[in-house]
Ligand binder design. Structure first.
Ligand SMILES: *Cc1c(COP(=O)(O)O)cnc(C)c1O
Length: 466
């Protein structure tokens, strides 16, 4: 191991030896066949990793025929820009229908006015757009420039990023240690005249659990403030779970306080990476994410969201995913995912030393009160399992997707988990290997925090360096 522990993680590893390095602009072009062969080699090797079904989240449909179909749809439009809408009315068709289908799934019909939405470049974009829209609404309503929002500690960092960019103060609301759900009393007590937005997740990324959205909705109505429901992860699977009869609390526009919802088409919408939907209860709110400039020499400029140019290819692929599967297709895929997740959760429940975080469905996280759960991670990793890590307390999660529903994966999980738990018992009291990267820092001194920040900055550097 070198003295820089981040070196191994995102380096281009074997590729340097295998293919050489483009450390400057190549003088001469290469044959297209050769370029494609090289791309294929890397892609196939990397796909082999998750196709085992041992990788949490990330590859939601996980089926190469489906991806092939989406790629054919995208290829027809991937050179076209959705910002130049006059030459591609198809983009208007794709975008408006994606929004309409997503609104239908989220019970937009329960809204009196004109519920609406936008297609964005991903979950972070959807969340930032919604936060901006709520800030703009607050600015229209009052001259105050002091704004605050209340975030559960399980809410995605995209909210913090939006607050950072748009000048909004964040109040972090604690979550219950056992249920993992936001402390609604805390939220109630921290609403001030500056509060513009409450946030709840359905479900949250760490534990997959669903915040008490109904109670948050009551608070939002009572104080006439916004409530964003982050369905980036769960938005395209929980509604099908409800239809299948699983116990899913209501979290969508049926609740009168819900003013916006994000749902990622590039997760359980089974689209290609790079799209998400943000929905609004009314058009006045959506207008806050629009941008208009009149002074530019380049002409009157407007963009519907944070991005400028957007690829029509991704809109086409997202639309193709939704209409090719239909309600029936999504229900069938959801059924397999819910069944697989509950079967995997049953394997976790076989071990007294393991404790499930809250009451999850398709995505579950577990910890241990007897040993550092990262010992389990340490033992599972060499067997090809890739979980996602949580901190405060240390826990690991499996977000169940298409690849886990293949025959044999649940059995392998049960067998490997039993071995990993035995290993963890044998290491109890010792520090785990993976905790430094995934877990919390043992000591929260200013120096430790600074060291952590520097380590993370170096990690990000690694993603850009040769
Ligand atoms: C993935 C995710 C996001 C952010 O989405 P990106 O597409 O990564 O920008 C937000 N919230 C939750 C709960 C998520 O799982």
């Amino acid at each position: 191991m070198s003295d820089d522990p981040t070196k191994e993680l995102f380096g281009i590893r074997g590729y340097r030896e295998r293919y050489g390095v483009n450390d400057r602009f190549p003088e001469r072009g290469r044959a297209e066949d050769e370029v494609l062969a090289e791309l294929r080699e890397m892609a196939v090797a990397e796909d082999n990793f998750w196709q085992t079904g041992r990788c949490s989240g990330s590859l939601y449909r996980g089926n190469m025929e489906h991806y092939g179909f989406l790629n054919r749809a995208a290829a027809l439009y991937s050179h076209v820009n959705a910002l130049q809408r006059d030459i591609c009315p198809s983009a208007t068709r794709f975008e408006s229908e994606i929004i309409a289908m997503t609104l239908d799934m989220m019970h937009g019909s329960a809204v009196d006015g004109e519920p609406c939405g936008a297609v964005t470049t991903g979950g972070t974009d959807s969340i930032m757009s919604a936060v901006l829209a709520h800030r703009e609404r607050a600015r229209r309503r009052s001259d105050s420039r002091s704004h605050q929002m209340i975030l559960p500690l399980t809410a995605h960092p995209a909210f913090e990023k939006a607050a950072h960019l748009f000048g909004i103060d964040v109040i972090a609301a604690p979550v219950d240690e056992h249920t993992t759900l936001v402390d609604v009393d805390f939220v109630r007590e921290h609403i001030t005249p500056d509060t513009i937005l409450l946030v709840g997740s359905a479900g949250n990324y760490p534990y997959g659990t669903i915040d008490p959205i109904e109670q948050l909705s009551d608070l939002a109505v009572e104080h006439d403030i916004g409530l964003h429901v982050d369905g980036c992860l769960g938005g395209f699977i929980l509604p099908w779970g409800e239809a299948l009869g699983y116990e899913i609390p209501t979290f969508d526009f049926r609740l009168p306080g819900v003013t916006s919802i994000s749902a990622d088409t590039h997760k359980y919408g089974y689209g290609l990476k790079g799209t998400s939907v943000v929905l609004y209860r009314d058009k006045e709110l959506r207008e806050g994410q629009y941008f208009v400039s009149e002074m530019w020499k380049g002409g009157k400029y407007f963009s519907p969201g944070l991005a400028g140019s957007r690829p029509v290819g991704l809109l086409a692929a997202t639309w193709a995913s939704m209409v090719s599967l239909g309600r029936e297709g999504y229900l069938e895929l959801a059924r397999a995912i819910f069944e697989t997740s509950f079967a995997m959760q049953a394997e976790v429940a076989k071990h007294d030393a393991l404790r499930m975080m809250g009451d999850p469905t398709f995505c579950f996280s577990f910890t241990s009160d007897e040993f550092d759960i990262y010992h389990v991670n340490d033992a599972m990793r060499p067997k090809g399992w890739r979980f996602n890590g949580q901190q405060y307390p240390n826990a690991i999660h499996m977000c169940v997707t298409g690849p886990q529903t293949q025959p044999g994966v649940v059995d392998d999980f049960g067998r490997d988990l039993a071995e990993a738990v035995a290993y963890a018992h044998s290491k109890a009291g010792e520090p785990a290997k993976s905790s430094a990267i995934y877990g919390g820092m043992p000591d929260e001194s200013a120096e430790a925090q600074e060291f952590l920040r520097q380590t993370l900055v170096r990690l990000i550097d690694r993603m850009h360096d040769l």
